[in-house]
Design a protein around this ligand. Structure first.
Ligand code: NIG
Ligand code: FE
Length: 416
């Protein structure tokens, strides 16, 4: 057994011996920190931590290496619970269209958007798709992400959806990241089914889901339940079909309209309902006493000029909030979780403590991973990043482009 000891940590952020699985309501404003700390890692797990003052009284059996951090800080890795990073090429053409005044919905209605990515993906081999996705994965690792969820949804045929899910499985096998896979066949109606949405939903329920289930290619099912995309009825059918294969829902809801997506998600005990740019009191009420994590994606609000989620409304009602990147080619071409947390502070008026909890522990909970990651806790994965010495917890979110990350550790190994 190999033990690595880190000493003279300026501040150890998120150090919690028995964290709750989720931080909700006023708890979101609390994050445990230890100034002038040490931390020990045993193999791929966090072993223990404490204050430097007590270190001389500790003994470590088979210490292999001590790293003096000289005041650098340690943060738990980001947990990004909503991404679409398996896609082919990019969509800068639509970026220009948006600059020239077209909306996301107008581009989609013209047959662009998600369908554009589906065409590109169809013409891209599985190996090439993996290579392209791995570039994004490596970028995200470098920016501090240690756990992520990845969705299909640019296939829109059975063969291409399965191709995407196999690429996600390869990413899980090829990296030290914790990866959850979500089947999102209901991201848009595939081109061959234009004007025949009900038949496309039939295809999802009768062919795609049983295939995904048989091959055990996904942990979750998602539906883009929103204006111009899938209805509550479509969503209900898809979630019922997926439940037979043990696929729990994570739903795209209330991005473009007040879609009813939150309600249908909660009815099906969704792990999370995501986006939530347009919600009212009903959505907050229905989420109370549910296990469903409200997840907001401020990167999409920023990129598309949409309203930001009403995080404070949810927190004041005693609910938790997670923030995720939504990294995708159409509405959020960035997987930088530090920027996501900064938007949480700057645009949603979250405190830095709330924002850090939203991108770590609550993100982990939105992927059912909070037993193994999201805080610095003995027994959890040794997934963390170090930063240069900082004046405060707020600094990386305030000076949001200043490079502060020095090294990345995943499963106890130094990656960067
Ligand atoms: O979460 N809203 C639906 N899906 C993505 C956008 C996908 C795309 O435009 O390629 C999102 O914003
Ligand atoms: Fe999304």
């Amino acid at each position: 057994m190999a033990i690595k000891l880190f000493t003279n940590i300026g501040t150890l952020v998120g150090a919690d011996r028995s964290p709750a699985p989720v931080k909700a309501g006023c708890e979101m404003n609390r994050i445990a920190v230890i100034n002038n700390a040490w931390m020990a890692v045993e193999d791929d797990r966090i072993m223990d931590f404490g204050s430097m003052y007590e270190l001389p009284t500790r003994t470590f059996g088979s210490l292999c290496h001590t790293t003096d951090l000289y005041g650098q800080w340690i943060f738990p890795s980001f947990c990004d619970s909503h991404t679409h990073i398996v896609y082919a090429g990019e969509r800068t053409g639509e970026f220009i269209d948006k600059i020239n005044g077209l909306s996301y919905e107008e581009i989609a209605a013209r047959g662009g958007g998600i369908l554009n990515s589906a065409d590109l993906l169809h013409d891209t081999t599985e190996d090439e798709l993996f290579e392209q996705a791995m570039e994004r994965v490596n970028e995200m690792i470098g920016k501090g992400t240690g756990a992520l969820e990845i969705k299909s949804g640019y296939g829109l045929t059975t063969a291409d959806e399965l191709k995407m899910l196999r690429v996600i499985r390869r990413i899980r096998e090829a990296t030290p990241l914790s990866v959850k896979a979500t089947f999102l066949g209901a991201h848009a109606v595939g081109r061959q089914y234009a004007g025949r949405q009900t038949e496309y939903v039939d295809l999802i329920c009768r062919e795609m889901i049983p295939e995904v289930g048989t091959q055990k290619l996904a942990d979750y099912v998602d539906v883009f339940c929103d204006t111009g995309f899938f209805t509550v009825e479509d969503t209900d059918r898809i979630l019922n079909a997926a439940a037979k294969w043990g696929l729990k829902p994570k739903i795209h809801a209330n991005e473009l309209g007040v879609s009813g997506g939150v309600q249908v998600g909660v009815r099906h005990s969704a792990v999370s309902v995501d986006h939530l740019e347009r919600t009212g009191v009903e959505e907050i009420e229905v989420l109370k006493n549910s296990p469903t994590m409200p997840t907001m994606l401020p990167g999409a609000s920023f990129f598309l000029g949409m309203p930001y989620g009403n995080a404070w409304g949810f927190i004041n009602a005693g609910l938790p909030v997670a923030l995720a990147s939504d990294y995708n080619p159409g509405s959020s071409p960035s997987g930088d979780m530090r920027f996501v947390a900064a938007l949480g502070c700057i645009k949603m008026k979250l405190t830095p403590e709330q924002a850090w909890n939203a991108v770590t522990l609550n993100g982990a909970a939105a992927m059912e991973l909070s037993q193994s990651t999201g805080t610095i806790t003995p027994g959890k994965k040794a997934n963390f990043f170090t930063t240069v010495p900082l004046p405060s917890l707020a600094f990386p979110l305030y000076a949001y482009t200043t490079p502060v990350i020095s090294h990345i550790w995943l499963e106890g190994e130094k990656i960067v």
